[in-house]
Every structure is written in structure tokens, then in C-alpha cells.
Design a protein around this ligand. Structure first.
Ligand SMILES: [Fe+2]
Ligand SMILES: [Fe+2]
Length: 139
């Protein structure tokens, strides 16, 4: 079973933006599979999938921060700050010299944060706003 399932209600009609979210979902699910499976070779796969997740996240948060500003959607600074913290968390995992929690624990934690961020009110309210401007109700 997938770690996080894409739902139709997440579509906003903004194709590039939706594609970024879908790619992040796919990569998060692959990271989860690699951790769970622990099959030979999955470490190698994990490092390339993780690299792709980090890059896609960097691209996505830039897009989303700009889109929110463009739409005058201002849930305080909190959403942008959450993005920055999330990137910092990913970079800490990428930097293998940082000790403490095992890499697997860090990855599990980051997947939980990803899911919580996506499902949080800020993000879902913004998706609903985009949906309304891209799919206006038929009168
Ligand atoms: Fe997002
Ligand atoms: Fe976000």
C-alpha cells in the first residue's frame, strides 16, 4: 500500500503545480518502499530517489511561495517558514556527517512532516482557492 495516496480533490487545474505535487507523492512513496523493503540495492535506489525528492521539493516550494504571493494568500509567514524548515530537514539528511538519529528514522520523520504539511489547513485552503479560480462553478 502506498504511503500517501493522491486524491482527485488535490487537483487544482494548474497543471504544472499539480504535476509537482504528484511527483512529490510518487517520490515519497518510493522512499517509503525503499525503507520498508530494505532489499539488496535499495540503498542505491534510496539515495537517487532522495536526491530527486530534495530537488523537486526545492523547485516546488519556490513555485508555491510565488503562487501564494501572486494570489495574495497570506497565512502569515508560517507556510513559507514551514517550507524552509522542511528543506533544512532534507538537507540535514543529505549531509551524512550529521550524527544523532539514524538516517532511516530521519527519513520516516520527514515523510510524516511531508504528509502533515500537505494535509494541513494552509495547503488545503490554498488548493481550494486555486480550484475555484481554475474550475469556476457552472451557472
Ligand atoms: Fe505544496
Ligand atoms: Fe506547502
Amino acid at each position: 500500500m502506498a504511503y500517501i495516496e493522491w486524491k482527485e480533490q488535490y487537483e487544482t487545474g494548474l497543471l504544472g503545480y499539480d504535476a509537482q505535487h504528484r511527483t512529490l507523492f510518487r517520490l515519497a512513496n518510493r522512499i517509503y518502499e525503499c525503507i520498508e523493503r530494505q532489499a539488496p540495492g535499495s540503498d542505491l535506489e534510496l539515495s537517487s530517489v532522495f536526491g530527486a525528492f530534495l530537488e523537486m521539493t526545492r523547485t516546488h516550494v519556490r513555485t508555491e511561495d510565488e503562487l501564494m504571493a501572486w494570489h495574495h494568500f497570506e497565512p502569515g509567514k508560517t507556510h513559507e517558514e514551514a517550507h524552509s524548515h522542511f528543506i533544512e530537514g532534507l538537507e540535514a539528511i543529505a549531509d551524512s556527517s550529521i550524527g544523532g538519529l539514524s538516517q532511516q528514522e530521519r527519513l520516516r520523520e520527514i515523510l510524516l512532516k511531508f504528509k502533515a504539511h500537505f494535509e494541513a489547513d494552509d495547503e488545503q485552503t490554498f488548493l481550494a482557492l486555486l480550484r475555484r479560480s481554475n474550475f469556476p462553478p457552472v451557472s
